[in-house]
Design a protein around this ligand. Sequence first.
Ligand code: PLP
Length: 429
Amino acid sequence: MSAEEIHVQGIPASALADRFGTPLFVYDTEILENTFRTLREELPEEIDIFYSLKANPNISVCAFLGTLGACAEVSSYTELLTALRAGIAPSDIIFLGPGKDERELAACVEAGIHAVVCESMAELQLLDELLEGSGGGTFPAMLRVNPAFAAKGSGLSMGGKPRQFGIDEETVRRSKEQLAALQHVEVIGLHAYMGTRILDAADVVHNTRRILATAEDLAGELGIPLHTVDVGGGLGVAYFDGEADPDVAALGTGMRDAVIPFTRRHPGCRVIMELGRYLAARAGTYMVRARYVKQSMGEWFVVADGGTNHHMAAVGIGSFVKRNFPVQHLSRPGGQADRRYSLTGPLCTPNDVVAKKVTLPQVRPGDLLGVERSGAYGPTASPGLFLSHGFPAEVVVHRGEAHLVRERDTPEDLLSRQQLADFSGEGHQ
Ligand SMILES: *Cc1c(COP(=O)(O)O)cnc(C)c1O
């Protein structure tokens, strides 16, 4: 395989780059499907898998996961529209986020989604007021709880400390009267999200147990039903040396043990796991083309046509030491890897380093490089407008065919949103 370039479902990397240009995100549906199906088989059927669009809001990625049976967790008006247009049933959508506005809440009601996950008592009130004129019936809401305990296993933990998210467990405990006073909102359950990038299945299981116990406890105390409990998720994927992907079989066994006794006590309760990174990350490759290959004070640099403007996550997540996403030489993967390169982009900042001192086969200008496991928190979580480069193209490869699912921004796209103010009276003679 030494001379052969990387293929995606039989399509050579160079063919994708030539047809769609670079920088380019390529999503492989085989990997999306394997990831989803394996997880689905391992998790108990009591758990519904919701895809967190935040990780990758591309409508085709969402639609494909939907065909596999994923529901959707959205956090903005546009994400809600995306999920609906992607064909996710309204009853399989939840909306969460700390700053929902009236338009978003009204859209949830109009669409008839499964539930709004409310993150403050004020939001519950607002939803109740909005429903005032909407004529009969109640609308389902869940309470996002900020648990009194901290998460296990997450570098970016969301519970057990002061947070803008959710309602403190203590506050929820004292909210019985406020909940009883709601006229049009029916609280149908609880939600907690403990953090992201958790690699040890045992930690996810541990968090789940605590969330289910807290939900049971709170529901009993407040006299609310448990129709739905969302246990978050936060399942990670391995990016860096020394990391391993979560053990999905162990996750399945642990979740079975945690969830089945719970659903026996609460028959019909919908248990939700919401996952973004785990479902999307491994399916995506950020493909860039080497423009210049140069040396500075003894170190080699590959300056590529795309950098952290589309892949901010590669700069490093919650770490002071730069750790590298997996990088592949797509044009000559089998070549002898004997030189260390820093992979940088077109931005005029020294921070535009996608990978630092990675060992690769020799890189020449024009070669294609791929940052792997980049299907989550890519372009939409990056400063794509920095230096006015705009968004890269996105391509889905499905059954051996490549489909453009997002056009790259053109200079005209980027300029068309600006207005040139009239300074004609300001001339200096
Ligand atoms: C970001 C987020 C998710 C998705 O997190 P991943 O780690 O990508 O799975 C799910 N739920 C909430 C509340 C989030 O903020």
